[in-house]
Design a protein around this ligand. Structure first.
Ligand code: PEP
Ligand code: MG
Length: 878
């Protein structure tokens, strides 16, 4: 038997989403439930995949099945496609497995041509009916031309406006039947001029072209971006639903609307929606007429309303989730055109999940599975006012590096950001890329925009840590930082101009869009409590100052998985001591500079141990290449040389000597401690002294510091640095007379370390997977520059995701898994975590659960996301 590609609604059910798409499966389910659904058919997602495999053609067999099912639909509905006496007209809609709003517009009234229109009119003497037919016909030409033939909608609107002007009328509603007929003629003439051929009159040809257009739309740029953002695989394809038309625009006993079983904005349990009398679906969406609230239907058509309420309740009970439904009323008869689990705000998602548990509709486990971890972001960061956002158009986009919304005035330097913020201005810091030097400006800014840099670039990592909105890597920006302006999207933006950033989508707006503050609702704690009770993975945070630590603890962090100590060396006078250390001519001078740094570092660790109140902290030793701490420009070099008491030439020579072709593979990480063990000595002293002091004040904390050596590729290298740590720590502990335990472990972030994990585990009491560097070094893609070519990889479908944002489970993930197995084999009680940016990405968290890590560590604002993702992973694996 030939493979089946087409299904009547009555042949499917709600479980067949993969094959029939969400919309098709739900239509089938509604038919099964005996609800009033105009019965049509679904062309499966497999037909879409075949369409692409066959070189974008619809195979003969699929074509034959479409015709066969069209005939069945004609029989069920007692109407015939293209028959002027009794025509079947259909709607054609896309429907992927996961709903993808806006991927493709619907085509309504398909099957109309001159003969069918004339036949319909001949069968109904009501003069209003003629107008209705030609109105439907002109709408069909418009939609088909736009969606299938890619003719601009705008031109059709202009033709309508021209006619309205000629007729001296203001509203579409004032156009007569003859006017609508005239519009049909003008639309067809325009079509012919543009396309060089007649508008297709054969309904079967119309249908086939429409099906192809839906399949094509799966690969349009909008769909590709949406898929990437929502992690929907390209391979899924979309289904096509062909459904007999019912007419909400037939007369005043007809109408159309959209409703939700609960309020999608707040989650309140009440039917929520709107409808329009005498209208077709797109009128509701287009906003030309103001719809009535659904409650009004109780007055307009009480019986229909009662029936609708009953169906809505039935559907919610059936799906056990909030439903988003489309309906049409034709001559006082109700038809259901769609139902699906409704999209909702984060606050509504929590409220609905919690309410439905209280109502006994779902279990706590089901509630946990209901809420998208990523959605929690919206509760923690400011968002744009939704109305203002809808009215704004982006001028460009970059990577959605740190979520939330920001609006402020453009500044180009960290110093300006700080200065303007002190004066009470809200600013957006626009930089080519950021460096640790910019930290104070980044803190002062509402949002950060960079031209270069990927998802693990400095700007992205630091902004995420602060919870500040950031769009990175917008390569379309042309910077003129010295002249204090940039250009984007053909416009010039000067210092002081307002722009807005959406760090959740990556969009950039050349205007001020008001934002609303984040609010954590009362349901949050209860819901997260359910999640915490089920997860196995612990969730720690990446933080390097007491403020972020306290924030993370509030969000439920169970410790610090990564304290990047280099971030502590930039503030105020510290950078000066750091520079002294770097330019030191010998060990004695270096030790003197390190002695200046020690109190800073020790007091930071003390404050952080205190903020953690006994929760564990992993302190990672100095990691970045030293040139990052030195000035690069001549004027800065001269100024700093004077401060340091060296000549400008000496400093310049030092800067040049530290220059590396590949700094990310250069003199950094543990290599610094191998060259200058005194750095590791100082850092050990700071950690141990801080732990001793805090333990003395709070014996109940019982702190066991975890010292982490970065960028290890070889056991002897780890042993060398560890010996320095142990010697220093043991001497301090002995001298204190206290009993302090501590651990020494390493990051696994170089492929060689993963390969030799069993060897390395002999000296490492814990592993923390640094998947930023591990991804960089496994792919050979620079984490700071890959953005420049990844777009081409998405366009060509070589990649569907940014491997720096979502762990590449098949490649990098294998190294992680292997290192886990080898590490455990050598040291069964080895502690295992991840601290790369993937630690806050839900799908990566699920992978970490599956391979048996003990914890994930992520930036403070992603802690709730990781908690929920970890709970979902635990529930899914039961
Ligand atoms: C990593 O490489 O994954 C990591 C956490 O370290 P950093 O980002 O500081 O290099
Ligand atoms: Mg690293």
């Amino acid at each position: 038997m030939a493979h089946k590609y087409v299904y009547l609604f009555s042949e499917g059910d709600g479980s067949m989403k993969e094959l029939l798409g969400g919309k098709g499966a739900n239509l089938a389910e509604m038919v099964r439930l005996g609800l009033p659904v105009p019965q049509g058919f679904t062309v499966s997602t497999e037909a879409c995949t075949r369409y692409y495999d066959d070189g974008k053609v619809i195979g003969e067999d699929i074509h034959a099945q479409i015709e066969e099912y069209l005939a069945k639909t004609e029989e069920i509905n007692g109407k015939t496609f293209g028959d002027p006496a009794n025509p079947l007209l259909v709607s054609v809609r896309s429907g992927a497995r996961a709903s993808m709003p806006g991927m493709m517009d619907t085509i309504l009234n398909l099957g109309l041509n001159d003969d069918v229109a004339a036949g319909m009119i001949a069968g109904n003497p009501d003069p209003a009916f003629e107008r209705f037919v030609y109105d439907s016909y002109r709408r069909f030409i418009q939609m088909f031309s736009d969606v299938v033939m890619e003719l601009s909608k705008k031109r059709f609107e202009e033709i309508i406006d021209e006619l309205k002007e000629q007729k001296q009328v203001k509203d579409d509603i004032e156009l007569t039947a003859a006017d609508m007929k005239e519009l049909v003629a003008r639309f067809k003439a325009f079509y012919k001029r543009e396309k060089g051929g007649d508008f297709p009159a054969d309904p079967k040809e119309q249908l086939l072209e429409a099906v192809k257009a839906v399949f094509r739309s799966w690969d349009n740029p909008r769909a590709n971006v949406y898929r990437r953002m929502n992690e929907i695989p390209y391979s899924w394809g979309t289904a096509v639903n062909v459904q007999p038309m019912v007419y909400g625009n037939l007369n005043n006993d007809s109408g159309t609307g959209v409703a939700f079983t609960r309020d999608p904005a707040t989650g309140e349990k009440a039917l929520f929606g709107e409808y329009l009398i005498n209208a077709q679906g797109e009128d509701v969406v287009a906003g030309v007429r103001t719809p009535s609230e659904i409650a009004q239907l109780a007055q307009d058509m009480p019986e229909v309303y009662a029936q609708f309420v009953e169906i809505a309740n039935k559907l919610e009970q059936h799906y056990k989730d909030m439903q988003d439904m489309e309906f049409t009323i034709e001559n006082k008869k109700l038809y259901m055109l769609q139902t699906r689990n409704g999209k909702r705000t984060a606050a509504a998602a929590l409220r609905i999940a919690v309410d439905q548990v209280d109502e006994g509709m779902i279990t706590e486990e089901q509630a946990i599975a209901r809420v998208e971890p990523q959605q929690l972001d919206a509760l923690l960061h400011p968002q744009f006012d939704s109305k203002a956002l809808a009215a704004a158009a982006p001028i460009g986009s970059g990577l959605a590096a740190s979520p939330g919304a920001a609006c402020g005035r453009v500044v180009f330097t960290a110093a300006d950001a700080k200065e303007w913020a002190l004066k009470g201005e809200k600013v957006i810091l626009v930089r080519l890329e950021t460096s640790p030097d910019d930290i104070e400006g980044m803190e002062a800014a509402e949002g950060i925009l960079t031209v270069r840099g990927g998802m693990t670039s400095h700007a992205a990592v630091v902004a995420r840590g602060m919870g500040t909105c950031c769009v990175s890597g917008c390569g379309d920006i042309v910077m003129h930082a010295a002249e204090k302006y940039f250009t984007l999207g053909g416009n010039k933006y000067n210092e002081g101009d307002y722009i807005s950033l959406n760090g959740t989508t990556g969009n950039i707006y050349g205007e001020a869009i008001p934002t609303v503050e984040a609010t954590i609702s009362g349901d949050f704690e209860r819901f997260m409590g359910w999640a915490d009770a089920r997860r196995v993975l612990k969730v720690r945070t990446n933080a390097d100052n007491p403020r972020d630590t306290a924030q993370a603890v509030k969000f439920g962090a169970e410790g610090i998985g990564l304290c990047r100590t280099e971030h502590m060396f930039f503030e105020g006078d510290r950078i000066k001591s750091m520079r002294k250390m770097i330019v030191a001519k010998d060990e004695t001078a270096r030790r003197a500079a390190l002695a200046e740094l020690l109190p800073y570092q020790q007091s930071d660790f003390t404050a952080m141990f205190e903020a953690l109140e006994g929760r564990p902290m992993t302190v990672r030793f100095l990691d970045p290449p030293l040139h990052e701490f030195l000035p690069q420009k001549d004027d800065e070099i001269a100024e700093i040389a004077a401060e340091l008491g060296v000549t400008a030439e000496e400093l310049k020579n030092k800067v040049e000597s530290l220059h590396e072709f590949n700094p990310m593979m250069g003199h950094r990480g543990c290599r610094l401690a191998v060259s200058y063990p005194e750095i590791a000595e100082m850092q050990t002293t700071a950690v141990i002294n801080a732990a001793l002091a805090v333990n003395a004040a709070h014996p109940e904390y019982n702190i066991v510091p975890e010292i982490m050596i970065p960028l290890i590729c070889e056991l002897k290298e780890l042993k060398f640095v560890k010996d320095v740590v142990v010697k220093t720590a043991d001497a301090l502990i002995a001298a204190s007379g206290a009993d302090l335990k501590y651990m020494v472990g390493t990051m696994i972030e170089i492929p060689r370390a993963a390969l030799l994990a069993d060897e390395i585990a002999k000296e490492a009491e814990f592993f923390s997977f640094g998947t930023n560097d591990l991804t960089q070094m496994t792919f050979g893609f620079s984490r700071d520059d890959a953005g420049a070519f990844l777009d081409a990889y998405y366009d060509t479908k070589i990649f569907e995701n940014d491997p720096f944002a979502r762990l590449d489970q098949s490649g990098v993930g294998q190294l992680v898994k292997m290192a886990v197995e080898r590490g455990k084999a050598a040291r069964p009680n080895i502690k295992l975590g991840i601290c790369g940016e993937h630690g806050g990405d839900p799908s990566s968290v699920k992978f970490c659960h599956a391979i048996g890590l003990n914890y994930v560590s992520c930036s403070p604002f992603r802690v709730p996301i990781a908690r929920l993702a970890a709970a979902q992973a635990a529930i899914a694996s039961l």
